[in-house]
Design a binder for this molecule. Structure first.
Ligand code: NAD
Ligand code: TDX
Length: 339
């Protein structure tokens, strides 16, 4: 079997490539990724040593390149991780989010249709549901929660989901969609909350918490996300959406304090900065559909996951220090300089 993984040089896609190579050593995995600022070939160093792995540099919105790839590979399954994924960047410059996340998904749907691909799996996000109030801990997103987006990022992801479902209804394409809560773990680009705080705290630098740090996210260790996607892509019912989450809700302040405790660094590093515009208050996922239908369960709770993640950043400093030396510096100054 051949699986194409788009966006496999990024955080979750990279972890998913390793999940596939380890659990299905007989299958071929082809990563298609155009290596944006968030893509990193170093993440795939180990995969490159595997004969069943191929890396192809290319843009999912480039119709010609995508059709060429499918002509060569004739894949059985396509899992689409490729996306612009950072909310703050989508607030600064929404255009590329629409091109990659919407138009790119359309190109992939067209090519899957032409080549009769057996399954197209779209990696979606819980952000398409908007947010929940902080004072209603009884409320959770289900697959029937209305789409109600807050940022250009989440709007582009919602548009992609709708397009995927439309191709299923109109053309009978065999699609599935998962919508997951916040991930963390190895190879996470240090613009996102957890790796940003770990890498800065390791250097005794200030930790920029937006607003009062009371916003809540439901944190899922990336390996658990990979196992859920794999299960849905192989065994999920066609045309269905499955939520993924594990009830590990934490306020941002709790997350940052847990990181500081793990690193034995002082809480005086915390610095409250101007809030994110349109900042979603709380995400919380009900994933009982996935659990009941496919028997999925998360294996890693937050305390264990954060320990493993901190350890990974301590043990793999060359991976992230190289990123911090590049254009990331300008990004940090622009985003946080006057905050
Ligand atoms: P990431 O930003 O770390 O990686 C994205 C990857 O996609 C990079 O390797 C990048 O080079 C590649 N890419 C971007 N544009 C491309 C294009 N036009 N053509 C080909 N490749 C392109 O993102 P991530 O955090 O790993 O997220 C992966 C997917 O999971 C995204 O679709 C995201 O919306 C979704 N998701 C992420 C989270 C999370 O917590 N990170 C949670 C739920 C869903
Ligand atoms: O410096 C920061 N300070 C801060 O307080 C950063 C980068 C973030 N935050 C807050 C904002 C959020 O409430 O931390 C929380 C998490 O922020 P991000 O890491 O930017 O993630 P989020 O906006 O929740 O989106 C993530 O989860 C859903 C991913 O980036 C998305 O791709 C995914 O769809």
């Amino acid at each position: 079997m051949t699986m194409i993984v788009t966006g496999g040089a990024g955080f979750i896609g990279g972890n998913f490539v390793y999940y596939q190579l380890q659990n299905f050593p007989q299958d071929r995995v082809v990563c298609f990724d155009n290596l944006t600022y968030a893509g990193n070939l170093k993440t795939l160093d180990e995969a490159m040593k595997n004969d069943n792995f191929r890396f192809v540099k290319g843009n999912i919105a480039d119709r010609e390149a995508v059709f060429q790839l499918f002509e060569e590979e004739k894949p059985d399954i396509v899992v689409n991780f490729a996306a612009e994924s950072h909310v703050d960047r989508s607030i600064e410059d929404p255009g590329i989010f629409l091109t990659t996340n919407i138009m790119g998904t359309q190109v992939l749907m067209d090519v899957c249709r032409k080549y009769g691909v057996g399954r197209f799996h779209q990696v979606g996000t819980d952000e398409v549901y908007g947010d929940l109030p902080l004072d209603r801990p009884d409320l959770f997103f289900t697959e029937n929660t209305p789409i109600h987006t807050s940022s250009p990022y989440s709007a582009s992801k919602a548009a992609a989901d709708l397009l995927v479902l439309a191709y299923h209804r109109t053309f009978g394409m065999p699609v599935t969609i998962t919508r997951c809560s916040n991930n963390y773990g190895p190879f996470h680009f240090p613009e996102k909350l957890i790796p940003l705080m770990i890498t800065r705290a390791m250097g005794d630098e200030s930790l920029p918490v937006y607003g009062a740090g009371e916003n809540v996210r439901d944190w899922l260790y990336v390996e658990d996300h990979c196992s859920a996607i794999d299960l849905v892509a192989r065994k999920g019912r066609v045309g269905e959406v499955y939520n993924i989450g594990s009830h590990n809700e934490r306020t941002n302040l709790q997350v940052v304090k847990a990181i500081l405790a793990e690193l034995k660094k002082p809480e005086s590093l915390i610095c409250f900065v101007k809030d994110r515009p349109g900042h979603d208050r709380r995400y919380a996922i009900d994933s009982s559909k996935l659990q009941n239908e496919l028997g999925w369960q998360a294996k890693t709770d937050f305390d264990e996951g954060i320990r493993k993640t901190v350890r990974w950043y301590q043990d793999n400093q060359s991976w992230w220090r190289e990123i911090l030396q590049g254009s990331y510096r300008d990004y940090y100054t622009n985003m946080y300089g006057n905050r």
